[in-house]
Design a protein around this ligand. Structure first.
Ligand code: NAD
Length: 340
């Protein structure tokens, strides 16, 4: 018989895991948080209290093995994603893993191999822009062909200040990974080569990246450009622009009211991703829970997670070599036939 409520365990209850837990409790139908694990017991307890109580774990493997846990949401730091996701597949439990699926390509490959061996998709990756109404609208118009064939994909990703010198590897695998997925998803095409340029935070920290620009070539001949500011210093903005043969479609992230006051015309800009993608995170979690009830994984797959990390690795190599780098992608397994 079909399960009507999905009992969820959350691993990692920081900014993102805490928000997911709150959304699953307050805004997502048929979801119930039953278990929580974080290495910080105070944070775990606070989130458990906010969710109306849950079993607290100090060991992620014990949470995954808990027979009361139907599905797992992984929002621990990036370096733990692959191992935790792999453990969920071994336990046969659906998992919503935050991006990136893995820190490097070989770990992501093991997840693909595990799902293919199982013959079933259990993984959804947290590329929530796929559930953002603005992104969905732009893709729909582009796919409909109103502007002819899509020629060029552009994205601009402005991060708020973190007061942190971020290494180029982190900016690409943690932030630009979203833009890589958007490019593949919106264009419906794989990325064939990348060429990364960047400005470090200072000449004394050449492996840090303050601003990254990446040129893309898609397999279908289209071009792309990804821009990421690691520390915009004024707020958070993400937009995409798709140029077709006969027109352009673009998102406009600034949706707040325009205010005229004291001889100034102003518009409020979101502080961070939690504000900008508030609706997308809820839609994403709702779609995940529904897919578990329906018994069929949907949304960004492990293959999307794998391909985005493969491209991210190529972007990092290109940044270090100062040259374009070809993306050597393996053949897509049949299991992911319906995924991007
Ligand atoms: N999809 C998005 O838009 C988005 C936005 C922000 C963050 N994220 C991702 O979510 C994840 C968490 O990011 P965050 O911003 O919440 O970070 P955070 O630092 O606020 O929270 C991380 C939490 O994980 C806990 N933790 C550390 N090691 C752990 C372990 N081994 N097992 C379990 N928990 C552990 C920490 O105590 C902390 O509570 C990251 O992978 C990040 O890339 C995604």
């Amino acid at each position: 018989m079909m399960n009507l409520t999905v009992n969820i365990g959350v691993i990692g209850t920081g900014g993102m895991g805490g928000r997911h837990a709150r959304n699953l409790t307050d805004a997502v139908a048929a979801a119930n948080i039953v278990a929580i694990m974080d290495v910080d017991p105070v944070r775990a307890q606070q989130v458990a209290d906010r969710c109306g109580g849950a079993t607290l774990y100090t060991d992620a493997d014990h949470l995954i093995a808990d027979p009361d846990v139907d599905a797992v949401l992984v929002a621990a730091p990036d370096r733990f994603h692959a191992e935790l996701t792999h453990a969920c597949i071994e336990a046969g439990k659906p998992v919503l893993c935050e991006k990136p699926l893995a820190a490097r390509e070989p770990e992501a490959r093991k997840i693909i191999d595990a799902e293919v061996a199982l013959g079933e998709r259990l993984v959804q990756v947290g590329f929530m822009r796929q559930y953002d109404p603005a992104h969905m609208g732009a893709k729909q118009i582009s796919d409909r062909g109103d502007n002819g064939r899509a020629l060029v994909f552009r994205s601009v990703h402005m991060n708020p200040a973190k007061d942190e010198i971020r290494p180029i590897d982190d900016v690409i695998t943690n932030s630009v990974i979203h833009d890589i997925h958007s490019a593949r998803w919106i264009m419906g095409a794989e990325i064939e080569s990348v060429y990364t340029s960047y400005i470090p935070f200072s000449p004394f920290q050449p492996k840090s990246a303050r601003y990254v620009m990446i040129q893309l070539q898609f397999r279908n001949g289209a071009l792309g450009g990804l821009e990421c500011n690691a520390e915009a210093g004024y707020g958070y903005e993400v937009d995409v622009r798709i140029t077709g043969e006969t027109g352009v479609v673009q998102t406009n992230s600034l949706q707040s009211p325009i205010v005229r006051h004291n001889n100034v015309r102003s518009q409020w800009i979101e502080e961070d991703w939690l504000q900008r993608f508030e609706v997308a995170y809820i839609n994403e979690a709702q779609a995940w829970v529904q897919s578990i009830i329906d018994g069929e994984a949907t949304g960004p797959s492990a293959w999307d997670g794998y391909m985005s990390i493969l491209v991210a690795d190529a972007c990092i190599r290109s940044a270090k070599r100062g040259q374009p780098v070809h993306v050597h992608a393996p053949e897509k397994p049949a299991l992911y036939r319906n995924s991007t």
